[in-house]
Design a protein around this ligand. Structure first.
Ligand SMILES: O=c1ccn([C@H]2C[C@H](O)[C@@H](COP(=O)(O)OP(=O)(O)OP(=O)(O)O)O2)c(=O)[nH]1
Ligand SMILES: [Mg+2]
Length: 156
């Protein structure tokens, strides 16, 4: 089976940086790089520019996800993960990074791959207000209604 591809116009605001690219066939995420050096102290967040702007076709969304390796090794995440890039947005893609590590700063250099961009088709809803919603087996159950797991500090 071959992958389906969509053409997306992309403008590099900084031509010296690599454009987003997929590392392997089948990858969902194209890596985004930092346009500037940034050091995040423990618990600190920063809005980091990527040098990329897009013209997404209507009906598509860009989602900015964290990279699992940086998350696992260093505690680096995206505060608003996944960040939502609207089809009409023509500004620079930026990533709100957070150092979740309690003790160690994270030093990022210009050109480092900091996050990944996933392009998806998206539906727009026609919201129809009603007085009563139809029934479902879940109903209003949520937030652990199906059970969870015990931890040392679980209340009994
Ligand atoms: O991680 C992100 C999230 C958003 N954006 C850009 C693209 C997006 O289309 C725009 C607005 O994002 P969002 O709707 O999440 O932000 P908002 O706080 O609701 O701002 P606005 O009032 O401009 O919609 O900002 C990014 O570059 N990176
Ligand atoms: Mg918004």
């Amino acid at each position: 089976m071959s992958e389906s591809r969509v053409d997306i116009a992309l403008k590099m605001l900084d031509p010296d940086l690599p454009a987003p690219s997929y590392a392997h066939e089948g990858d969902a995420g194209a890596d985004l790089c930092a346009r500037e050096d940034v050091t995040l102290e423990p618990g600190q967040r920063a809005l980091v520019p990527t040098g990329v702007s897009l013209a997404l076709p209507l009906g598509y969304v860009g989602l900015i996800h964290p990279r699992s390796g940086l998350a696992t090794k260093h505690g680096l995440t995206v505060v608003n993960a996944p960040g939502t890039v609207d089809a009409g947005y023509r500004g620079e893609l930026k990533v709100t990074l957070l150092n979740t590590d309690a003790t160690t700063p994270i030093v990022l250099k210009r050109g480092d791959r900091i996050a990944q961009l996933v392009i998806q088709k998206v539906e727009r809803a026609h919201f129809i207000q009603v007085q009563d919603l139809d029934d479902s087996s879940r109903g209003a159950g949520g937030f652990g209604s199906t059970g969870g797991f015990e931890t040392a500090n679980s209340s009994h």
